[in-house]
Design a protein around this ligand. Structure first.
Ligand SMILES: Cc1ncc(COP(=O)(O)O)c(C=O)c1O
Length: 343
């Protein structure tokens, strides 16, 4: 029956999300979720009467956009809210890349980027990162849209802002700076989206706000780019409940910041412990660690041994990524179990 399916879809290597195991007693360090609960204010939203769900949601998230605009000191017209930042990324390809255009990204980076280009049937222009996954960009590089994850995933590394700024200045297309993990980092690039016509910054509530299950992300940039995204989105892309819960979470920023502070402390301590055990650990500005086992043990072996002990990390096979494991920073107790297992 494949004759009914478009050639590009038949040939597509679909994005593989991290495993969501059914076992309950597993230590889950594979999808960079937040180990701590979201704001308690959300429980109040969930207790509201269900009657309002008869009605469609606000198609353009007025209230939520006002709160986000206030947070970032911009106009609500500069904010687009999506069903997770994944939706925002997909809309960028649809809005900013012609059929004859191209999508750029670093390698390794978030593995969804090439899949979005393949779905849209456009050329990809990957750029290999430098030694130790440092920033790299060839002279005269061009593409219609560049997905720049900063801090990068799966490497956990933050690129220096001066490099990002000068890349954006010289780039002829749109740069989407994907700041999914930026609340765990020491600096961000939001001011570039507010000052440059071709720059967008995407954020998500999935990581720092502990709301991966909610599916809310947003993007900020010039009114012209944001307006284009509104033209092509699904009519009701963010549910009524999602809008209300996101609002409660964003208005309780202190709760998020306390969780982030805890995770950063744990991260830095565990990174040092692992270095003491002979592991190579990239300098993380995220809620995960990019870890290379000591000589004599492959990353795949360590991944499988951890799995046997009911600790689930993420392993990306491949010539460069296959030497590393990506490990989410979770609670103190869970990380103690990890370090004990690795020891
Ligand atoms: C770099 C990066 N961008 C975006 C996302 C997706 O976030 P969301 O849950 O908002 O779709 C992820 C999720 O792991 C990510 O690692």
């Amino acid at each position: 029956m494949t004759k009914y399916i478009k050639k590009a879809v038949q040939e597509l290597a679909a994005y593989t999300p991290g495993e969501q195991p059914r076992e309950r007693d597993i230590i889950k360090l594979n999808t960079n979720e937040n180990a701590y609960p979201p704001s308690p204010k959300i429980a109040e939203v969930l207790r509201r009467p269900a009657d309002a769900l008869r009605l469609y949601p606000d198609p353009v998230c007025h209230e939520l956009r006002n709160v986000i605009a206030n947070l970032h000191q911009c106009r609500a017209e500069q904010v687009f809210v999506g069903n997770g930042s994944d939706e925002v990324l997909a809309l960028c390809v649809r809005a900013f890349v012609e059929r004859s255009g191209s999508v750029g990204y670093h390698e390794p980076s978030y593995s969804l980027y090439p899949v979005l280009a393949a779905i849209h049937e456009v050329e990809t222009r990957p750029v290999s990162l430098g030694a130790d996954f440092s920033w790299a960009m060839p002279e005269g590089y061009a593409a219609s849209l560049f997905f720049l994850a900063n801090p990068n995933a799966p490497t956990s590394i933050l690129y220096p802002k001066d490099m990002v700024r000068s890349f954006c200045k010289g780039f002829s297309g749109v740069v989407l700076i994907d700041e999914a993990y930026v609340d765990f980092a020491r600096e961000n690039c939001m001011d570039l989206a507010l000052s440059m016509d071709n720059v967008l910054v995407a954020r998500t509530l999935s990581k720092s706000y502990s709301l991966a299950g909610l599916r809310v992300g947003y993007v900020i940039g010039s009114e012209v780019l944001i307006g284009a995204m509104y033209k092509i989105k699904d009519s009701y892309n963010v549910s009524r409940l999602s809008q209300e819960i996101a609002l409660a979470a964003l208005l309780d920023r202190g709760h998020m910041e306390r969780n982030v502070a805890r995770i950063r402390d744990t991260r830095d301590r565990v990174a040092n412990e692992l270095r003491g055990l002979g592991f190579g650990v990239a300098p993380s500005e995220t809620n995960f660690l990019w870890v290379k086992p000591p000589p004599g043990r492959t990353a795949q072996q360590v991944f499988e041994d951890l799995r046997k002990r009911k600790i689930l990390a993420r392993y990306f096979p491949g010539p460069r990524t296959g030497e590393y494991l990506r490990i989410t920073v979770a609670t103190e107790g869970e990380m103690r179990a990890l370090v004990d297992a690795l020891r």
